[in-house]
Design a protein around this ligand. Structure first.
Ligand SMILES: NC(=O)c1ccc[n+]([C@@H]2O[C@H](COP(=O)([O-])OP(=O)(O)OC[C@H]3O[C@@H](n4cnc5c(N)ncnc54)[C@H](O)[C@@H]3O)[C@@H](O)[C@H]2O)c1
Length: 227
């Protein structure tokens, strides 16, 4: 089940899955609205009779008004915390009872290397760091039910949120922003959404069945840099 506020974005992913021989459905879901989250979960269990994996992916920064701590607007901070953190809490709140009953499930929370590296804006930093603590709590409180919780910390990934939003905010071209981001990565390139998806596939698979409560960096070695 691909859930996104933008149904066209969800349908795009469904079409990719279908082309690759898989089965998927799209559902419109605004993660700021708790009833949308429960509706997406109910639609999933109605369609497939179970809920194996919860992949919490939504996260925003500058396009939601993030800023340095001395200039952050209180409403913008609240909005970022609701979007990046509260939504993941609510999704797990409603997924866990089903997973506990199944005695199986994996929760994958998308954090960011912003959680552990030097990062300028307070809302994104605080919410992405909190996701690491949330993941550990989910892991320890649900291990006895056969449920795992894991996180990924993507680095510089070439997506709309990261590149186009900065180009718009800074009045630069997409190419300028992309080149600048790539130059900051030890591997000399930005990652792709597929790089993150490959890590996600491993972490939610049965091959990772003894891995829980951890965060995996997918960042071209960016997180190794100190100073
Ligand atoms: N791109 C990067 O460089 C990077 C780096 C570190 C972490 N991340 C994290 O990866 C995750 C995905 O980021 P991305 O770069 O692919 O972003 P993106 O903006 O390209 O995609 C995010 C998707 O979330 C959807 N969305 C936005 N608000 C929503 C809402 N209220 N309810 C439901 N859906 C909503 C959008 O429609 C969009 O399809 C985020 O958590 C982000 O913080 C990204």
């Amino acid at each position: 089940m691909v859930a996104d506020r933008n149904i066209e974005a969800a349908q795009f992913v469904v079409d990719e899955i279908t082309k690759a021989g898989g089965t998927a459905k799209a559902i419109a879901c605004d993660v700021l609205i708790e009833s949308d989250i429960t509706a997406a979960i109910t639609a999933t269990t109605s369609a497939w009779g179970k809920l194996d994996i919860l992949h919490n992916n939504v996260g925003l920064s500058i396009e939601a008004g993030d800023a340095q701590i001395t200039s952050i607007d209180a409403d913008a901070f609240d909005h970022i915390m609701r979007l990046n953190l509260r939504a993941m809490v609510l999704a797990a709140k409603h997924a866990l009872p089903i997973m506990r009953k199944q005695r199986y499930g994996v929760i994958l929370n998308i954090s960011s290397i912003a959680a552990t590296e030097t990062y300028p804006w307070v809302g994104y930093k605080a919410s992405k760091a909190a996701i690491l603590a949330l993941t550990e709590q989910q892991a320890i409180q649900n291990a006895e039910y056969g449920i795992r919780a894991v996180a990924i910390q993507p680095g510089m990934i070439d997506t709309v949120m990261a590149v186009d939003a900065r180009a718009k905010a800074w009045g630069q071209t997409r190419e300028e922003v992309a080149k600048n981001r790539a130059s900051k990565v030890p591997m000399g390139r930005q990652g792709t959404a597929q790089d993150v998806a490959n890590a996600a596939l491993f972490l939610v698979s049965d091959e990772a069945s003894f891995i829980s409560g951890i965060s995996l960096r997918v960042d071209g070695a960016s997180g190794c840099r100190v100073g």
